[in-house]
Design a protein around this ligand. Structure first.
Ligand SMILES: CC(C)(COP(=O)(O)OP(=O)(O)OC[C@H]1O[C@@H](n2cnc3c(N)ncnc32)[C@H](O)[C@@H]1OP(=O)(O)O)[C@@H](O)C(=O)NCCC(=O)NCCS
Length: 200
């Protein structure tokens, strides 16, 4: 699947806004079949950057530790360097204390293992402790799709999704696009939450 069609009534401006914000473009104005009321409708096409069906998640195994640490350190090095300075020993110890086998899943795209995520169930929310894709796979829509999987998992349990993001991390834009709102902050991070019924 490389694109999807979405339909909306011509007067449903809120839907048009959400569809266009997700890359939708108008392809035709048509009338629904009589069985569906025969009213006028608009059809939008959204081209998918990445095929959702090619993304799979699997539970981590103990020997994924080195892969996870390498991907996190490669991708977060610049942030740590800028804020605190990079100390390999401190970072290795911190990673070992935070990485949890039972909370971690490995992300594969088209059969290649491209990253990982860590989630933890809380009472009314699923906490996303981290999501990291290997650098060559950034900006291709994979993170958006994985986030959508996490949001759907939480929604099935009637739960919100929560996370913390370093203030200088551009990932914040992705979270905002997906309906996360900032609920708090400290010196370095924003804390964000997406309710189960949030738009989009
Ligand atoms: C954050 C991340 C998982 C997003 O996945 P992705 O597949 O790159 O994202 P998509 O292509 O679906 O969406 C693009 C958005 O991702 C974010 N993004 C892209 N490259 C990024 C990078 N190198 N670092 C941080 N965020 C990035 C931006 O918000 C971008 O939106 P923009 O185009 O408006 O700037 C991925 O970029 C990544 O692993 N980054 C490094 C690690 C990280 O910062 N993790 C988040 C910790 S809270």
């Amino acid at each position: 699947m490389t694109f999807v069609y979405v339909t909306a009534r011509p007067d449903n401006v809120a839907s048009h806004t959400v569809i266009r914000a997700n890359g939708g473009r108008l392809v035709e104005r048509f009338h629904e079949p009589a069985a569906y009321g025969g009213h006028e409708s608009l059809r939008f096409r959204i081209d998918l950057k990445v095929e959702a069906t090619l993304i799979t998640l699997r539970s981590a195994q103990r020997d994924d530790f080195a892969f996870c640490r390498r991907v996190k350190h490669d991708t977060m090095h610049w942030i740590v360097e800028q804020l605190f300075g990079w100390d390999e020993k401190v970072q290795a110890e911190r990673f070992a204390s935070q990485w949890r086998l039972d909370e971690t899943r490995i992300i594969a795209y088209a059969g290649d293992e491209v990253g990982w995520l860590q989630t933890k169930a809380a009472e009314d929310a699923l906490f996303l402790a981290g999501i990291y894709l290997d650098t060559p796979f950034h900006g291709r829509g994979i993170g958006t799709q994985v986030m959508q999987i996490v949001i759907d998992e939480a929604r099935r349990d009637g739960k919100a999704v929560t996370l913390g993001v370093v203030k200088i991390n551009p990932a914040r834009r992705l979270y905002e696009r997906l309906g996360f709102r900032t609920t708090g902050e400290d010196e370095y991070k924003f804390y964000m939450r997406r309710e189960a019924d949030a738009m989009p």
